[in-house]
Design a protein around this ligand. Structure first.
Ligand code: ZN
Ligand code: ZN
Length: 359
């Protein structure tokens, strides 16, 4: 019987760099009337998971990693009203928010400093089961597979910033700085939202996997920054005007330095990527003379999740192109290595009993 109550999870088991491994953990149960128990179907690996591993993001060990999961409802608490066993769902990473601070009262719970989410604040999705409060659930539209649905959290971040806050106008020329998963999804979102042309910058090692994914998801041209000057190239491509919108996803100080130079007069810059250090330089006077609007974004809104899911169902593009790996957690070291070496776009962990569907 004990076997039924134990499962394997990818766990950050102690403070300090490293200290990650596949461990036996207790299978969760519905422990409050508002909870739903999910069978995990897919869980994406995020840079946050690597930061937790490296001890550069806050976390409370031991904790199962992963906040980008999709799953099937298998059991519900007495007060769960809108979901039932068999429903296909994703869940926002806001398991605990205080509800009392200024931003919580404004409904911007993603910014609550007391927030705790799966994968670092509570047990996450790199395992077989998870229990989550009903208020965090969103239904996956018919026809959207579980692995694509697990892209909802990063896609919702791009929706929240690029669509809801900063805005893409019809026929905008957009530059995406950086070719990682958020860069690729930002490009997809900008194109879906009406950009006329989307260009991406990236490093040479992103060429085989990430550039290919970006081109399949709507990018019109890629600038390898090791081979050509991205500012010069963007000016050539825009008839000397610059981009209407520059989206920073690289977190690279060298890339951030040139953001303002790629934007047109009265253009916009939006920053989605975290940097290794707290300080990064931009061309201050260039930004001033061009009267740029500069935005920052952290996490996503409730409304962005609904939009991201509708977009998954309606897009003519195939979001499976954003997924480079389907692996079980046994292979986590190779997967994390591929992400660090930029040989991955989004990597998905699939529970061992579901992986045959992807082979
Ligand atoms: Zn994430
Ligand atoms: Zn709060």
């Amino acid at each position: 019987m004990l076997k039924d109550r134990i499962m394997l999870g990818l766990v950050k088991f102690a403070k300090g760099p490293g200290n990650v491994g596949v461990r036996e953990v207790a299978k969760p149960a519905v422990s409050a009337p508002d909870q739903a128990l999910l069978k995990i179907k897919a869980c994406g690996v995020c840079a946050t998971d690597l930061h937790v591993m490296d001890d550069t993001f806050r976390y409370w060990p031991p904790v199962v990693l992963g906040h980008e999961f999709s799953g099937e409802v298998i059991e519900t608490g007495a007060e769960v009203a809108d979901f039932k066993p068999g429903d296909r769902v994703v869940a926002e990473p806001k398991t605990f928010v205080c509800g009392r601070c200024d931003v919580c009262k404004q409904g911007k719970t993603n910014l609550c400093v007391h927030r705790r989410a799966p994968g670092w604040g509570v047990d996450g999705g790199m395992t077989d089961y998870i229990a989550v409060p009903e208020r965090l659930l969103h239904r996956i539209p018919d026809g959207v597979p579980y692995d694509v649905a697990a892209l909802c959290e990063p896609l919702a971040i791009t929706v929240h910033e690029i669509d809801e806050r900063c805005g893409v106008n019809a026929a905008d020329v957009v530059v995406i700085n950086g070719a990682g998963p958020i860069g690729v999804l930002s490009a997809f979102l900008a194109k879906s939202a009406g950009a006329s042309r989307v260009y991406m910058t990236g490093m040479a090692r992103s060429e085989p996997v990430r550039f290919k994914a970006a081109l399949a998801l709507g990018v019109d041209g890629i600038i390898n920054v090791e081979r050509e000057d991205p500012v010069k190239r963007i000016m050539e491509l825009t008839g000397g005007l610059g981009a209407d919108l520059v989206v920073e996803t690289s977190g690279s100080p060298a890339g951030i330095r040139r953001l303002a130079e790629m934007a047109r007069i009265c253009g916009r810059i939006t920053c989605i990527g975290l940097c290794p250090a707290d300080e990064a330089a931009i061309s201050w006077n260039t930004a001033m003379y061009r009267q740029l609007d500069i935005h920052f974004n952290f996490s996503s809104s409730y409304t962005a999740w609904g939009k991201a899911l509708r977009l998954m169902a309606s897009t003519p593009l195939d979001l499976r192109n954003a997924i480079s790996h389907h692996e079980t957690i046994d292979n986590w070291e190779r997967v994390f290595g591929d992400i660090r070496e930029e040989r991955a776009v989004k990597a998905m962990f699939i529970p061992a009993d579901e992986i045959s569907a992807y082979r």
